[in-house]
Design a protein around this ligand. Structure first.
Ligand SMILES: [Zn+2]
Ligand SMILES: [Zn+2]
Length: 332
């Protein structure tokens, strides 16, 4: 099969791999589409420590089960499944036992610890694969599997009160999905982003305002989420919070956060928190909720053999909404 692997020099290259047989507890998935996530850039560029040499990135994988290990009962050949970032936890540590498996110190990740979905086939532990609603097209399901799920967890971590005022900083794949969930649930949305096209998209989706990345929103916020991987956004986002507000930083990687001023940024019980991966429960919830709320990702499709170009476009802010690779198109 063909696959894209990291070179260790900030590039990807096309390689030929044997189709891997499923090990105990695993599914072999014939990939149809794979979303392109900013984390793939961090893996390619080495912003995230190298966990596996020449790893195949991709953790928003939609495909069909092509084979199952003998001990798998949860899925069968022919089932349509999703493969996401979180691919293994220990199940025994105190975080796993408390319903916070996203914090498991022994957790492992698709497209970082193990090969992911920039390939014709990929493996996944059956316990971490998602069944997909039948009415959710492949191209719409893919961006939900990371951008959607992480954004959904960020929204929950931001503790937005019902009908509250939400600020979103940066408006890429994750943000534009999260915005739709929040709006459908009655939020008043303010989007702050440097990209004029993203501001237009935000307003078209129903945002009450859209301003520049470092602008103050027209009203104080009950909750905010920083999606852009830019630590410089943390002080203005905190300053925009009303008393008791929460700022959740959604990125796995963030540039340095400048010195904070206690009075301007934190006092009045403002909370600064982060988002680390997700639990399977987050994923199951979002995959049911998104189609029910009418969430529609704006998708920029790429053919499989342009995965490197898709990542370059993402790095240079040339992607509108969510980029997805079409792998199924390779086949007759
Ligand atoms: Zn654990
Ligand atoms: Zn991701």
């Amino acid at each position: 099969m063909r696959a894209w692997a990291t070179t260790g020099n900030g590039d990807l290259r096309l390689v030929e791999h044997p189709v891997p047989p499923p090990g105990p507890g695993e599914l072999l998935v014939r990939v149809s589409v794979c979303g392109v996530c900013r984390t793939d850039l961090h893996v390619r560029d080495g912003d995230l420590a190298r966990h596996r040499p020449a790893v195949v990135p991709g953790h928003e994988v939609v495909g069909t089960v092509a084979a199952v290990a003998d001990d798998v009962t949860r899925f069968a050949e022919g089932d349509r499944v999703g493969v996401a970032w979180l691919r293994e936890t220990c199940g025994a540590c105190r975080w796993c036992r408390r319903g916070r498996e996203n914090l498991c110190p022994a957790s492992r990740y698709t497209g970082w610890d193990e090969d992911g979905g920039y390939a014709e086939y990929t493996l996944v532990p059956a316990a971490f694969a998602y069944g997909l609603p039948a009415d959710l097209p492949d191209e719409q399901a893919a961006p939900l599997l990371c951008a959607g799920i992480i954004g959904y967890r960020a929204l929950r971590r931001a503790e937005l009160p019902a009908g509250g005022r939400l600020g979103i900083y940066g408006f890429g794949a994750s943000a534009h999905i999260t915005a739709q969930v929040a709006l459908a649930q009655g939020a008043e949305l303010h989007v702050l982003t440097r990209d004029p096209a993203a501001r237009e998209l935000a307003l078209a989706l129903g945002a009450a305002s859209a301003g520049g990345a470092y602008d103050a929103p027209p009203t104080l916020l009950d909750a905010a989420i920083v999606f852009a991987p830019v630590g410089d956004l943390v002080p203005p986002a905190l300053a925009a919070l009303d008393r008791g507000g929460t700022l959740a930083v959604a990125g796995i990687h963030l540039s340095d956060v400048p010195v904070l001023d206690y009075q301007r940024h934190l006092f009045y019980e403002r909370t600064l928190t982060t988002v680390t991966s997700n639990t399977r429960a987050d994923g199951e919830e979002l995959l049911q909720l998104a189609p029910a709320l009418g969430v529609r990702a704006t998708v920029t499709p790429y053919p499989f053999d342009r995965a490197d170009a898709a990542l370059d476009d993402l790095a240079d802010d040339r992607v509108h909404g969510a980029a997805v690779l079409h792998i199924g198109d390779l086949r007759p």
